[in-house]
Design a protein around this ligand. Structure first.
Ligand code: GLN
Length: 309
């Protein structure tokens, strides 16, 4: 297996300085009021290579709301439980639509396009609720297992704020229910979903947690085999095609890696066989993806000379 021989030569501080002029040009997510309070000036980056070496810069130690990055983790749990049968309930095609769009859900009879748009992630939470007695606890245990620490938790204030402004996500769940593609109580499932979105982690913790996707399914930190090597390949394919919603093509063009964003301003990306990387800058572009974060990743892959394409 190749090593991330070049990671230690990268000047991460210099990458962050190159994108710092973008701060002030995006907007912090404010449709979840608790997230609107985060300072737009934050900027951090961390890499975890497949040997567990960590490289970091800026605000890489500060925990932030992981939001939709959590969709990968719940999907990992569901994929392990359901295997290929999962795809009868959720699609795996890029949506080309905003992450919270309802349009395709109506047109495609309640089957969400993929597990990374909100409808798909809520459906994954519905499936977890059917099979697990404590899905929120199970996610926490997965995170502890991936990071080798029990210090990670979900922010109750953010989760509550999401619940108070949940009309759109509730509409998706009810629409799926009207098409017979929803198994549990909508409010119960939304609690599982919001709990996951409100998990707080730092760039370093996220880079560590996602190392299994760079390392054929095995955590570079704890050595636990989280998914099979085949499933790791499949999850990376979903990240590459669907992880940045209707900006997935542009992200492939500029960054060229499997990636997953969240409206908290984090983006995790994977260099298969080498490392996982996380950037955080809370100001978003109009796709809901971190503006400076995606630019930092573009510089990162150009300097590293890596892409999956
Ligand atoms: N919690 C957010 C929501 O449900 C997650 C969206 C995101 O990060 N893209 O809208």
């Amino acid at each position: 297996m190749s090593q991330c021989l070049d990671c230690h030569e990268l000047d991460l501080d210099a990458i962050l300085e190159q994108v710092r002029p973008l701060l002030g040009k995006g907007a912090v997510a404010d449709y979840i009021p608790a997230l609107a309070k985060v300072s737009g000036n934050k900027l951090g980056m961390a890499i975890c290579d497949i040997h567990g070496n960590i490289y970091s810069a800026g605000d890489a130690n500060e925990a932030f709301s992981i939001q939709s990055i959590s969709k990968v983790l719940n999907l990992t749990l569901a994929f392990n439980i359901y295997g290929e049968a999962l795809w009868e309930k959720v699609g795996r095609e890029p949506s080309g639509q905003a992450f919270n769009s309802l349009i395709q859900l109506e047109l495609e009879k309640g089957i969400p396009r993929n597990p990374f748009i909100n409808a798909g992630a809520i459906k994954v939470c519905d499936l977890l609720t059917t099979r697990l007695s404590a899905p929120k606890q199970r996610l926490k245990e997965l995170l502890w297992d991936l990071c080798g620490t029990k210090s990670i938790s979900s922010n109750r204030i953010v989760a509550k704020s999401e619940r108070e402004f949940s009309d759109r996500n509730a509409a998706m769940a009810h629409l799926m229910k009207s098409f017979n593609n929803f198994e549990n109580d909508v409010q119960q499932v939304l609690k599982v979903y919001f709990h996951a979105c409100a998990v707080e982690m730092s760039c370093i913790e996220l880079a560590k947690a996602f190392s299994f996707l760079a390392n054929q399914g095995k955590s570079a930190i704890t050595q636990s085999q989280v998914v099979s090597s085949r499933q790791s390949k499949q999850l990376n394919a979903l990240l590459a095609t669907c992880g940045l919603y209707d900006q997935a093509g542009d992200f492939a063009y500029r960054v060229g890696l499997p990636g997953k964003s969240g409206v908290g301003g984090g983006i995790v990306a994977i260099v298969p066989g080498e490392c996982s990387v996380c950037v955080w800058s809370p100001e978003l572009n109009h796709f809901g993806n971190s503006l400076a974060g995606s630019e930092a990743l573009s510089i990162f892959t150009s300097e590293l000379g890596r892409s999956i394409f």
